[in-house]
Design a protein around this ligand. Structure first.
Ligand code: GLN
Length: 473
């Protein structure tokens, strides 16, 4: 057994702890040392010491990095925003609490795009996170801190959230695994909301088995989140699925134009790998998918304009010009506290919901959303899973898209349709293009996490990197 704890997967670490080969004290000290090496701006907060708790839980004491937007009692929870700078919540999000109890205590919080709006982490009020593969490039977003921290070996595993791609796209750009679960299968209680009908927490890990392990302890109905449901299946430890006869659908709409040649090549090579393992691969139409981004960029801003109305200088965080009257204080606080992208979306969303325009914009976007869901329902009559590249490009250079929000929005072209449909999807590392990681996305019907994890695990071994240059020495 390797003595370098940090090189073990979490699943291996849990087994080593159970066998008595690694003590929890050693485990926590080792990972605290790793977290303190952060020179990527990936971590927004690091624990002084890892609290014990959930001693004998199934997660073995392996400490967890958690995206800034999860409320954690007494620990800064800022959602990447100046308006919540230094905010210390009086309670902890259900998932973080559940994972602590299951034996994955909090070790660090991770930087993110402000209120999870972004694809590059450049919208973070506390500075961008750097991609550990190339520090001149973005880690993806909005869970870029979590993805970069896992890729660089600063934390053993982490939580992200995904509204339109924010777990999968940064996982792809940092060469790690990211699972966006079925909407409703994980409690949103204590997650600082962006777009409530889309937001979903999920694991960012180094292996598929680790993603399954973390997810198995996150899912469940929470009386404090009315949209949460019990998973109909028990989430099993991940075993690679026998791909013989497994039908994979490739939507032309999400794999053609706009996908970089190097990404396309890596994707095709993985389709060949799947075929060699017995899967069948065939085209699978998703006719409305090209409209997903347009619908998303009405629905998500509409919901955010409503969710962020609570940040007004009265109850949480920043307060500016309290002597200027209520309206003056609201305006001054929100102008000073929100970044450009957040203000842009609040304005778009407020407009889309305004009387006279509601039906033309928000209502129509919701109808497109239904059509997209129906496309997936039809597709899953003939296919076990749908596969696409996770992101049309590899990690781009810092600053290269900040002046052009529409080109930034295109980063989510392949991930947003699944978000609108509420279905689960996983991104796994798919080799390199020009030395930078590519992601392969596998999506399945609602509650098919066991299936997509099994397919991912079957492909994973054939796609491993030789060592990882992202690892901080
Ligand atoms: N990049 C997308 C956006 O900016 C998705 C973000 C997310 O999933 N939180 O909205």
């Amino acid at each position: 057994m390797s003595t370098d704890i940090t090189k073990l997967s979490v699943t291996e670490t849990v087994a080593a702890v159970a066998a008595g080969d690694i003590s929890k004290a050693n485990l926590h000290a080792t990972w605290l040392d790793r977290a303190r090496l952060d020179d990527l701006n990936a971590l927004s907060w690091v624990a002084d010491r890892v609290k014990l708790g959930g001693e004998d839980g199934p997660l073995g004491g392996v400490p967890l990095g958690v995206k800034d937007l999860f409320c954690t009692e007494g620990v800064p929870s800022q959602s990447g925003s100046k308006i919540l700078e230094g905010y210390l919540p009086p309670y902890t999000a259900t998932v973080v609490e559940a994972l602590t109890e299951a034996g994955a205590p909090l070790i660090a919080k991770t930087h993110q795009d402000e209120f999870a709006m972004g694809s590059s982490n450049e919208n973070c009020a506390f500075g961008p996170v750097l991609n550990p593969w190339d520090r001149g490039r973005v880690p993806g977003g909005s869970s870029g801190g979590s993805a970069a921290a896992v890729a660089a070996g600063l934390v053993p595993w982490a939580l992200g959230t995904d509204t339109g791609g924010s777990i999968r796209q940064p996982a792809a750009l940092c060469g790690v695994v990211g699972l966006k679960p079925t909407y409703g299968s994980v409690s949103r209680y204590g997650m600082i909301a962006f777009a409530s009908s889309l937001d979903q927490a999920g694991p960012i890990t180094r292996t598929v088995a680790d993603a399954g392990l973390l997810y198995s302890q996150m899912t469940g109905k929470d009386p404090r989140d009315a949209t949460s449901v019990e998973h109909p299946d028990s989430v099993e430890p991940v075993v690679p699925m026998d791909l013989t006869g497994v039908r994979l659908g490739v939507p032309e709409e999400l794999t053609g134009e706009g996908v970089e040649p190097g990404v396309r090549e890596a994707f095709e090579a993985t389709l060949d790998l799947a075929r060699s393992l017995g899967a069948t691969v065939a085209p699978c139409p998703l006719p409305h998918a090209p409209h997903a981004l347009s619908a998303y960029y009405l629905i998500a801003p509409a919901e955010c304009s409503s969710n962020l109305a609570r940040l007004d200088g009265v109850r949480f965080g920043l307060r500016v010009d309290p002597d200027e009257g209520l309206d003056g204080m609201y305006g001054a606080t929100r102008a000073a506290g929100f970044g450009r992208e957040v203000r842009r979306r609040i304005m778009l969303g407020t407009y889309a919901l305004s009387s006279g325009y509601y039906d033309a914009y928000y209502g129509r976007a919701q109808r497109v959303r239904t059509l997209i869901s129906q496309d997936f329902d039809t597709a899953f009559e003939d296919f076990d899973a749908i596969v696409t590249p996770t992101s049309p490009s590899v990690a781009f250079e810092l600053g290269s898209k900040t002046a052009d929000p529409l080109s930034m929005y295109l980063s989510d072209f392949c991930t947003v349709p699944m978000s609108l449909a509420g279905i689960p999807a996983i991104s796994i590392p798919n080799g390199l293009s020009d030395g930078l990681p590519v992601g392969f996305q596998i999506a399945g019907p609602a509650f098919s996490e066991n299936r997509i994890l099994g397919i991912a695990a079957a492909l994973e071994d054939g796609l491993k990197f030789d060592g990882s240059p992202a690892w901080i020495a």
